[in-house]
Design a protein around this ligand. Structure first.
Ligand code: VIB
Length: 220
């Protein structure tokens, strides 16, 4: 079993709880309250800005030029294309980009981005790689699973677009790249160091679950 598979297996409960979460199920069956989706999109916009910071720190710490390039490209892709998906959804809801940028982070958003940036600043590159994996792999897995389900006819277009974004083969390749990055980073590390990578991965898996819950309850 690869190290990333081991991480995934040790957090399996948290991952299954995400797949079963009413927010995720509500996107799939189209019954999610649009107010919850709006809250989530606003908060995810804030999240993505901080996630781009994490990737920029990753670029600075990358062990080789190719990895550095990938981190820089990814930060660019998030600040461009992925945030554009959110801006498009927000536009349809009558929220302009400036209002999105003024959104204050909810406690769950702050907890997640603080954990990411803490890991990136106080940990090393291996921990940073482990911290970004649940985000990449989790959404790729959710997108892939939801895309395989038959789409209900009355599902809002924004939910279908969301699923299509994360089910895209590009995201599947991105998740595979992140797993390989973590496996390479863990190679030859002593057990105590691998334990820190595990703590970063498990912590982020828990915060991903809390993020769905924040969307579902519209908590601030
Ligand atoms: C809370 C939260 N977790 C994960 C993602 C998904 N995601 C964020 S950045 C990125 C990588 C490249 O775009 C991916 C897959 C999200 N949007 N919001």
């Amino acid at each position: 079993m690869s190290f990333s598979d081991e991480l995934r297996a040790r957090s399996a409960d948290l991952w299954e709880a995400q797949h079963a979460h009413p927010f995720v199920r509500g996107i799939a069956d189209g019954t999610l309250d649009p107010r919850c989706f709006e809250h989530y999109v606003r908060q995810d916009y804030v999240f993505l800005i901080e996630y781009a910071r994490l990737l920029a720190l990753g670029a600075a710490r990358a062990p080789d030029l190719e990895t550095m390039r990938r981190f820089a490209d990814l930060a660019q892709a998030i600040l461009g294309e992925e945030m554009e998906l959110h801006r498009g959804v927000a536009r349809d809801l009558g929220i302009d980009a400036a209002a999105l940028e003024r959104e204050a982070p909810a406690a769950a958003t702050r907890a997640y981005t603080d954990f990411l940036l803490r890991t990136a600043t106080l940990g090393d590159f291996a921990e940073l790689a482990a911290a970004l994996l649940p985000c990449m792999w989790g959404y790729a897995e959710i997108g892939e699973r939801l895309a395989r389900e038959p789409a209900p006819a009355d599902r809002p277009a924004a939910y279908t677009a969301w699923i299509a974004t994360y089910a895209d083969p590009e995201f599947q390749r991105l998740a595979a790249w992140s797993r390989a990055l973590v496996d390479r980073a863990a190679d030859g590390l002593p057990e105590a160091h691998r334990a820190r990578m595990h703590a970063a991965f498990a912590g982020c898996s828990r915060l991903e679950l809390a993020f769905w819950e924040m969307g579902w309850t519209r908590a601030r």
